[in-house]
Design a protein around this ligand. Structure first.
Ligand SMILES: [Mn+2]
Length: 294
């Protein structure tokens, strides 16, 4: 015999004691105070792919207000969409939120990247308050001029093994084990020793080297244009780095790192790591709930 669960008038399940942590739903969005920035840069969202961390981005977009929002390319992944349509409701919500910001007075500039290169045909036009441009020059509150580009024009090489750059200790230990196994098999077939780990480590070094070279090339181009710095995306690696007087800003991505670049009203710029921000916020909420329970 099964018991039907009874729901009380205030929506709780009858017989289950009130436990604050169970009910610590996130506060309704309208009550989360919005952080105001002068400028926000986001890129590499890859809408239309399962890799896009849409929920984190929706939360971010509901948590901020800004005078100017730059969408620095690879916003929609046209390459992937050509292979098959993937468009969950959350991806619509991102589009809706951006259009709403534009409607409420935020200047939105969309600079297409290589994955949404079909949008480059529309450079110079405005759709729903969103300006499309191949590149832009942004002037900060403290008077610096920054070139804003997606950045795909600077990489001659497509890097497939970038994840190797982020292999952790544990993965490295496993890798060494795999190397042992592989070579045991090779010995049985009387094949010479071949170091898988050394091979991969060389790739890792190449990956790190790629990022360094990319940053150098981008900064050199900015210097030749006579600007004070450059904001780009594309390589999914958030960074602020002084390259011999030219500041290189990379706003990261919403596939791996979930980061944004922001400018305060005094021209100070910094990176936001939204996954870390959410972890801190939920920890704070949990300890608040515990304090209430105690
Ligand atoms: Mn790209």
């Amino acid at each position: 015999m099964t018991h039907a669960l009874e729901v009380t008038r205030d929506g709780r399940l009858a017989g289950i004691p009130f436990e604050p942590t169970w009910f610590s739903e996130p506060e309704p969005r309208s009550f989360v105070p919005k952080q105001r920035y002068r400028t926000v840069w986001i890129s590499d969202i890859h809408l239309g792919t399962a890799g896009c961390n849409a929920d984190l981005l929706i939360d971010f977009l509901h948590s901020i207000e800004c005078e100017t929002l730059y969408l620095v390319g690879d916003i929609i992944d046209g390459w992937r969409l050509r292979k098959g349509w993937f468009w969950p409701a959350s991806h619509n919500e991102i589009v809706r939120r951006v259009l709403k910001l534009a409607r409420k007075g935020t200047r939105v500039v969309y600079i297409p990247g290589n994955h949404d290169e079909m949008m480059r045909d529309y450079a110079g036009l405005t759709f729903g308050g969103v300006e499309i441009a191949l590149e832009a020059v942004h002037e900060t509150a403290d008077g610096r001029r920054l070139m804003v580009v997606h950045g795909d024009m600077f990489d001659g090489v497509v890097m497939y093994a970038r994840w190797l750059a982020f292999l952790g200790d544990q993965a490295y230990t496993m890798l060494l084990k795999a190397n042992q196994l592989l070579n045991a098999v090779r010995r049985r077939f009387q094949m010479p020793y071949w170091s898988l780990s050394a091979h991969l480590k060389k790739k890792v070094k190449n990956a790190v080297q790629f990022i360094t070279e990319y940053e150098t090339v981008v900064a050199r181009e900015a210097a030749s244009r006579g600007v004070d710095g450059v904001v780009c995306g594309h390589i999914h690696s958030a960074e602020i780095r002084d390259m011999d007087g030219i500041i290189y800003y990379n706003d990261g991505d919403w596939v791996e790192s979930c980061t944004a670049l922001v400018e305060d009203h005094d021209g100070h710029m910094h990176l936001l790591d939204w996954a870390a921000h959410l972890r801190a916020r939920s920890n704070a909420q949990n300890s608040k709930a515990k304090a209430v329970a105690a």
